[in-house]
Ligand binder design. Structure first.
Ligand code: ZN
Length: 256
């Protein structure tokens, strides 16, 4: 039997708990937590600093964490996963917001689970149950997936690299996501804006708020969700600081 998995409650408004129809729930902010690797000397102080910085955020906006390679190591172990979960909450979980079903995955377990096959197996069993739950009533308005490493950055058939998931895993997940009716997958890791849309499945790769590896500016992606559409756009911090997003958000919603 699987243990119940849920978003880290310490960072969530309690009314966003796992229920299929809570239109009043505020949209969450999905946050990668790029920490120093587990066990390094700066890790504990960095976790303290990050929590302190986040404590200044508006508490009505739920903050949800998506674990990545810096949090768990490139090749995660039971120990690095346990360390992460102790501080930040579950490494994979699902939640509902406004009738939208969101799945947060631990993509390191898809990249290389050689040191923790049991954790990989457990996530697989859990994911299968979540995807079949998504196709039963009440049906979600959309299904969104969040994972640190993208399935691909430019094309579904690109070569295996550090910045994507291996071909075999990638094709398997894409097929299952399509069958379940997933609308979009949101990822980071590449530190550049990228992605593509194939067979109705939107692979969205968002650059970093910090270190850029391409020509993008420091920024964040705003996602607008209506009953019929999921639209998104990357905003530079400069643009956010100067003009805010109200007008752009209105345009995005009008285009839905
Ligand atoms: Zn990464």
């Amino acid at each position: 039997m699987l243990a119940a998995r849920s978003p880290p409650q310490c960072f969530l408004d309690s009314n966003m708990a796992s229920s299929p129809d809570r239109p009043e729930a505020p949209p969450p902010s999905l946050t990668p937590s790029p920490l120093y690797p587990p066990g390094t000397e700066f890790r504990a102080a960095q976790e303290r600093d990050l929590k302190e910085a986040l404590s200044g955020m508006d508490r009505s906006i739920p903050l949800v964490f998506v674990s990545g390679n810096h949090d768990l190591d490139q090749v995660p172990t039971p120990s690095t996963v346990e360390q992460y979960c102790r501080v930040w909450g579950d490494d994979y979980f699902s939640f509902w917001v406004g009738g939208v079903f969101c799945l947060v995955l631990n993509s390191q377990l898809y990249f290389n689970a050689s040191a923790c096959p049991q954790q990989k197996e457990a996530q697989e069993t859990w994911l299968e149950a979540q995807l079949s739950r998504a196709s039963s009533a009440p049906k979600p308005k959309h299904i969104l997936v969040f994972q640190h490493i993208p399935l691909y950055v430019k094309s579904p058939d690109e070569q295996d690299e550090y910045i994507n998931l291996p071909q075999e895993v990638r094709q398997n997940l894409m097929e299952r996501f399509k069958r379940a009716g997933v609308t979009a997958i949101f990822s980071g890791h590449y530190h550049r804006n990228a992605g593509g849309c194939h067979d109705g499945l939107d692979m969205v790769v968002t650059s970093a708020i910090g270190c850029q590896l391409g020509d993008d500016t420091h920024g964040v992606r705003l996602v607008a969700v209506t009953a019929d559409a999921v639209v998104h756009r990357y905003f530079s911090l400069e643009q956010l600081g100067q003009r805010g997003v109200d007008e752009e958000l209105r345009k995005m919603l009008q285009a839905c």
